[in-house]
Design a protein around this ligand. Structure first.
Ligand code: CA
Length: 260
């Protein structure tokens, strides 16, 4: 009779990931909560910025969906406060492109952006892509620990750092430095940089970059690519307004090219 209760001792079930949905529009919030629960996530909701901070601290969610326009504290303020405390992935829900520009301009450290109205399939694809990335990071860390055990073998496999002007990209160490000082790049921006470095001179469309770097199963929002290119340029380009390395190919996408 108690199989359901005792089952846990036979195999350890994977803990459901917790998602915090911060949205003041009741219908949208409840729809999102129901839909994400039916995808197998544990979901908690908050209807304003203050409640969002309280839930974040009480529930320690694995990911946060954060509306920008909120009563009490705005999503922008909430994002800033949470980012100062935690690297938890944050997807901002924005009402229009102009809001994305504002949010990007503030460099809040959100991981992704979705513009309303969005499809639920696209949203879950993005959520799963972020969780897969986290799992990969954990796997890479585990491999690094193993490699350290056989330091000689690891040493031989370490790729040399790549120079991009005054910027040095340490592929093995997942580090970027500029004039010897560490540059803080978000994980996805680093992956985008590494992907482009590995394919110099090759032009990629935004969709191709989404597929290769983000791993979206569906046509994601190409705006995300622009946002990350914007961040990369700010860090690696001597003059972000006149890029020397990471070029826009009008009407096509982006290409990484050495200035010579
Ligand atoms: Ca709102």
């Amino acid at each position: 009779m108690n199989d359901v209760l005792t089952g846990a001792s036979h195999h350890v079930p994977r803990m459901a990931r917790t998602i915090l949905v911060v949205e003041d529009e009741t219908t949208l919030r409840e729809t999102l909560i129901d839909a994400l629960e039916s995808e197998g996530f544990r979901v908690v909701g908050a209807a304003d910025g203050r409640a969002a901070l309280a839930e974040f601290r009480a529930e320690a969610p694995d990911l946060i969906l954060l509306d920008v326009m909120l009563p009490e504290l705005s999503g922008v303020e909430v994002c800033r406060i949470i980012r100062a405390e935690s690297p938890v992935p944050i997807i901002m829900l924005t009402a229009r492109d102009s809001e994305v520009d504002k949010v990007v301009g503030l460099e809040l450290g959100a991981d992704d952006y979705v513009t309303k109205p969005f499809s639920f399939r696209e949203l879950t694809a993005r959520i799963r892509a972020i969780f897969r990335r986290d799992e990969r990071a954990v796997t890479v860390a585990a491999v690094a620990v193993n490699a350290a055990a056989s330091a000689a073998a690891a040493e031989a496999a370490v790729p040399p750092p790549v120079e991009v002007g005054r910027v040095l990209v340490d592929l093995a160490g997942h580090r970027v430095t500029r004039d010897g000082k560490p540059v803080a790049l978000k994980p996805r921006a680093f992956e985008l940089l590494v992907f482009l470095l590995r394919h110099p001179g090759q032009v990629f469309t935004r969709d191709q970059l989404l597929e290769h770097v983000w791993g979206y199963e569906y046509g994601g929002e190409t705006r995300t690519v622009d946002v990350h290119v914007h961040w990369l340029r700010a860090e690696i380009e001597p003059d972000a307004a006149a890029p020397a390395w990471l070029h826009t190919v009008r009407g096509v996408g982006y290409v990484f090219r050495r200035p010579d």
